[in-house]
Design a binder for this molecule. Structure first.
Ligand code: UDP
Length: 236
């Protein structure tokens, strides 16, 4: 089967594991997600995943409660490790080999992140889940997605969301919001569209890494994108 993108970096926010809950992980939803991932794994795509932690803890929230920002961010990064383990568990139950690589060393739980090793895992048909963000506070997991995608030379950064793509305004507030199918990095930055933070966008722009923003809740979307169908919005 002809793949449009062979090596992909899939960015999942913590919310993607939450389903319709307010907090944490929804077992039903994570199962569906794993099925989607497995389906593209089976057609030979090399898949690396960066997972967020917003369903458990966010640094900004901690600092708004009076915590030191860096400390709160470390808590956020630890939250992403929990999500990574949950995703690994469900994927392995479906016989998909995975490795969790953490940017913060915790050898009993996950491998340390070593770039060349991550690439080796991909070449050996293992899904790699990058945990603990960049390992540094003041960044986001979107930026981690852009960074790791550049490091492993991914063909595309796939940003999973709950809506169909990038809109000119918030589709959950404005029913007349328009879906933008193609947009340039600079427009995404300058128009302040809520795609990703600027650090992530700039990194993608500098590395000429296309971004596809798509709805992960729609079954089959991931597969369609890999096979070359125009789904969601493309930033390039
Ligand atoms: N975080 C960080 N450095 C990183 C990545 C993440 O400090 O390189 C922290 C930050 O506090 C962030 C939290 O981890 O709020 C969870 O990540 P994020 O909010 O990006 O998760 P998502 O919104 O994708 O669920």
């Amino acid at each position: 089967m002809g793949l449009k993108y062979r090596r992909v970096l899939l960015k999942l926010s913590g919310e993607a594991l939450m389903g319709d809950r307010e907090y944490g992980i929804d077992p039903h939803f994570i199962d569906e997600l794993a099925e989607e991932i497995k389906s593209v794994y089976e057609i030979g795509a090399e898949i690396a995943i960066v997972i967020g932690g917003g369903n458990i803890f966010r640094g900004v929230k901690g600092s708004s409660m009076g915590m030191d920002r860096a400390t709160a961010d470390y808590m956020g990064m630890l939250a992403t490790v929990m999500n990574a383990l949950a995703l690994q568990d469900i994927l392995e139950k479906k016989d998909v080999p995975t490795r969790v690589m953490s940017a913060i060393e915790m050898r009993q739980v996950a491998e340390p992140y070593i770039r060349r090793r991550a690439i080796r895992h991909l070449e050996k048909s293992r899904i790699v889940i990058f945990a603990a963000g960049t390992g540094s506070p003041f960044f986001t997991t979107d930026t981690t997605g852009a960074l790791r995608a550049a490091e492993i030379r991914a063909d595309v950064l796939l940003k999973a969301t709950k809506v169909d793509g990038i809109y000119d305004k918030d589709p959950q507030k404005y029913p007349d919001a328009k879906l933008l199918k193609e947009i340039s990095y600079l427009d995404a930055i300058n128009k302040g569209l809520k795609v990703m933070d600027h650090t992530a966008l700039t990194l993608c722009m500098e590395n000429k890494l296309p971004i596809v923003v798509f709805n992960i809740k729609k079954k089959g979307n991931l597969m369609k994108i890999l096979l070359g169908e125009k789904i969601g919005s493309t930033v390039s």
